[in-house]
Design a protein around this ligand. Structure first.
Ligand code: G6Q
Length: 555
């Protein structure tokens, strides 16, 4: 497998990019010597492999020993990180330099969880006082809702909170509220409406009482079509019951950077929770976008989540690269992506509460590094962001693991396990953990023909029962899924994505790839409502629009 992935070769590629440095030729040569080595032999040769290739940080352990690496591999990969100036770029990010060059913005989600006294400057202004003010405002509002002193228009306390948002304004808060369910207020339910398919809003609203429901309209821009459509439908549903527009103030609050649009919607600017353009949507759960989280789990637990992320930020900033968890995660990803030609990365949580994590990381990773043009505007000639996918590990075992074990593709896997469950059913937990251990061992060791025969006896179809093994995996062990541990884990993945973006010379913080479809949808929407036959698109799109037209008329 070659480092260069594009066909035909791209002669305009940026030859100064880290992936074109001589270190990558060394890695390529090293790969040739290692590609046929089996991990079971590596373990047999080195009884200290676990100690050599694992890292503990607070209550989080990363075992990366079941990877197709040697000490030399890691040295070479760390050299690549050094040559890519990962440390320099990291410092730029933490210091508020506008590294999101295509949008001319700083990238400062790390400031949102800066629990130190350190100021963070953007354009000569320390952003920390503003951040603290919003955290305090969220705390005080959430407390009123939680203790029941924030009353609805008819004087009843709030029982249900609905976050209306999509993408970065939905996936993070939704995943965290689910992950931290054991910390939730017992008398408050949190709901999420994201899909513009009317069934999502209808299904949610039909279970709710307008007198006791609070809506959070969460949108950085406050112009997102799906979110605003859902917000206006929720507003209409509410007013149908409450009648008077003055009641909106008790039932709708906004999280946004766009005060004007919030006021135009009818929400008092006093009830707007602010954030800033240097917070990317998919990195925003730490900001006011996390309001639903604060209401669900309370201020102290939210602070613990921020503290966990901050602890990981500190580690990322100060640990040497070869002992730096996000850097190691990133380099392993580069190793498989650019040398082994792996196309995807699977996320396998063995914790029911983390079942939405794969979907969250899909966005975090793929929207950040799914790019073929580098930060200088040149088309790359190497593979960039992997396809990230996954699901609850134990359920996956009974579904797609077949392909991971015996398919033709190399799929590096991240297993994430909480040692202590929030459930009191300890026997369940032991079964869960045993399965996680068995899977990582089976993926690594496999089962030879001789072992298969010894195990199942001499019978037909032995070849189908052989496992090649040598499938890489990381194991993340959390002591327990606490707010602090979750904060650490999420920040580790964010920085992994950052490091990979630097190595691939990408701007990980823009997302131009989602724009074109949005623009076309706005153009097509009015065409769905006219009577004329539409002929302005390609034959397929015209055909589909006109087919929908005919159906719409007939129905
Ligand atoms: C995230 C993306 C995207 C964004 C949504 C919602 O990084 O930019 O998922 O979060 O499109 O945008 P608004 O918050 O502006 O509604």
């Amino acid at each position: 497998m070659s480092l260069v992935q594009t066909t035909p070769p791209n002669t305009d590629a940026n030859v100064d990019a880290p992936m074109h440095r001589p270190i990558c030729q060394l890695l390529q040569r090293h790969f040739q010597t290692l590609r046929n080595q089996h991990m079971r032999d590596m373990f047999a040769d080195d009884p200290h492999r676990f100690e050599r290739f694992s890292l503990k940080l607070g209550d989080l352990l990363l075992d990366y020993s079941k990877n197709r690496i040697t000490s030399e591999t890691m040295q070479l990969l760390v050299k690549l990180a050094e040559e890519a100036d990962v440390a320099g770029w990291r410092d730029k990010m933490f210091n508020g330099v506008k590294i999101n060059n295509t949008e001319n913005r700083a990238v400062l989600h790390v400031a949102l969880r800066n629990r130190s006294e350190r100021p963070v400057w953007v354009d000569g202004v320390d952003v920390m006082p503003g951040i603290h003010a919003v955290i305090d405002k969220m705390a005080s509002f959430a407390e009123q809702v939680r203790e029941g002193s924030w009353l609805g228009y008819s004087g009843k306390r709030i029982t249900d909170v609905v976050n209306i948002g999509i993408g970065g304004s939905d996936l993070g808060p939704q995943m965290v509220c689910q992950a931290l369910k054991p910390y939730r207020h017992p008398a408050l339910k949190v709901h999420f409406i994201s899909n513009v398919d009317g069934t999502h809003a209808e299904e949610t609203l039909e279970t709710l009482d307008p007198e006791t429901t609070l809506f959070i309209v969460a949108s950085k821009t406050f112009t997102t079509q799906e979110t605003m459509t859902n917000a206006f439908s929720a507003r209409a549903w509410f007013l149908y019951h409450a009648q008077l527009e003055c009641h909106i103030a008790r039932h709708f609050v906004a999280v946004s950077t766009n005060a004007e649009a919030v006021v135009a919607f009818g929400i008092d600017s006093v009830h707007m929770f602010e954030f800033w353009d240097w917070v990317g949507g998919r990195y925003s759960l730490w900001s006011a976008i996390g309001l639903s989280i604060v209401i669900a789990i309370g201020h102290e637990n939210f602070l613990a989540l921020l503290q966990g992320a901050h602890d990981m930020d500190e580690h990322f900033q100060h640990a040497p690269l070869d002992q730096n968890m996000p850097v190691i995660m990133a380099l392993l990803g580069v190793w498989y992506n650019n040398f082994f030609g792996a196309e995807s990365q699977v996320i396998l949580p063995y914790d029911h509460y983390l079942r939405s994590l794969p979907m969250y990381l899909e966005q975090a990773d793929m929207e950040s590094n799914g790019k073929s043009v580098d930060r200088n505007g040149q088309v790359v000639d190497y593979a960039t962001g992997a396809i990230v996918w996954g699901a609850s590990g134990i359920n996956g075992q009974h579904a797609f693991y077949q392909l991971i074990h015996q398919g033709t593709k190399l799929i590096p896997a991240d297993f994430i396990v909480s040692m202590q469950s929030h459930s009191s059913l300890q026997s369940h937990q032991d079964i869960l953990v045993a399965n996680f251990l068995a899977q990582t061992e089976a993926l690594m060791r496999g089962r030879t023909l001789a072992e298969t025969e010894a195990s199942v006896g001499h019978q037909p179809y032995l070849a189908q029962k052989v496992f090649a093994g040598n499938h890489p995996s990381n194991a993340f062990l959390l002591k327990q899924l606490t707010p602090h541990a979750l904060g650490m884990l999420l920040a580790a993945y964010e920085h992994k994505i950052f490091v990979q973006g630097i190595i691939w010379n990408l701007n990980s913080f823009d997302q131009w790839g989602v724009e074109l479809g949005k623009q076309l949808a706005k153009q097509i929407l009015p065409e769905l409502k006219v009577d004329d036959v539409v002929a302005s698109h390609d034959a397929s799109t015209n055909g589909l629009i006109n087919y929908y037209h005919r159906w719409r008329k007939a129905s």
